[in-house]
Write a protein that binds this ligand. Sequence first.
Ligand code: BDR
Ligand code: CA
Length: 321
Amino acid sequence: MSTIPLVIDTDTAQDDCVALLVGLLDPAADLKAITMVAGNVGFERQVANAFLTLSVAGRLGEVPVHLGCRRPLTREWVSAENVHGDGVGGLTMDASGLEPDPKPGVDALIDLAAANPGELTIVCIGPLTNIAMAAIKDPRFVANVKSLYIMGGSNNARGNITAAAEYNFYVDPEAAKTVFEAGFDIVVVPWAPLTLNEAVFSREQIAEIGALDTPLARFFVRIVSTTLDFDESVGIAGSTHPDSLTASVLLHPELVRKSSRMSVQIETSSELTRGYAAMSWGVHGLDPNATVVEAVDGAAFYAQLSAMLAIATVPSRSFSN
Ligand code: BDR
Ligand code: CA
């Protein structure tokens, strides 16, 4: 079976962990590296969460973790700890001896793309700071990358951190603007309506996963717990899985039921609509720069994730609360 070479650029908390599991465990994936970017929770916490996820997958030490940008291009970091807590439901693991790869994340992205010209896909599930920095630093980066699968924005629908904006684009709108104007081949998995329609797991589904009683299933139930409470408090009937959907759509394009070429432009000058993604569907005379996923087979996505979480991995290190 041929595999898809990819890097996951992540602000590791909650569904980012699930997306890492997809990259680590799906037979269609050849995960070359994990690069960290400032986002959901404190940077060191994100790194610890990535190591914990690698361990639960039984793959600690097999995939390098590179540290990328610790803050957005020009703005202060905005945390989502009110949504995610520590991002792993309080789970801990002895991390002694674990070190990130010494190569900085931006250089790792540049070098991996250069070593695999036209072949490497980057799954971007945090703010786009590292990707923008790589494009600024190396003029060949855009051409060397095969495609970016970006979780971010909303498709003419509500945001989540503000009425207008989705978190990843809100945190670093200048980076998002840079990336969408750079000429990459881009696929976008938006927050609304797609994630809210097709990638929300109910308490019943989460209990079904818990009943699998594997280390992965126990890990999953714990790491989604804080976000589940938050999501319910804002009227969403379950835990949200946009990041793992993004990785899954890359590896299993048959999940996509509808997508459209669109012009995606990012707002950077207004405070009110900071990070808003204007997704123009073709009637406004704008050149398309991205493919926006509009509908997926949500049941098939859930079935794929549950099957993955049923795998009886042997964690590299024990974890506890
Ligand atoms: C995005 O922000 C984070 O909270 C999630 O991991 C996802 O990448 C959703 O707005
Ligand atoms: Ca994320």
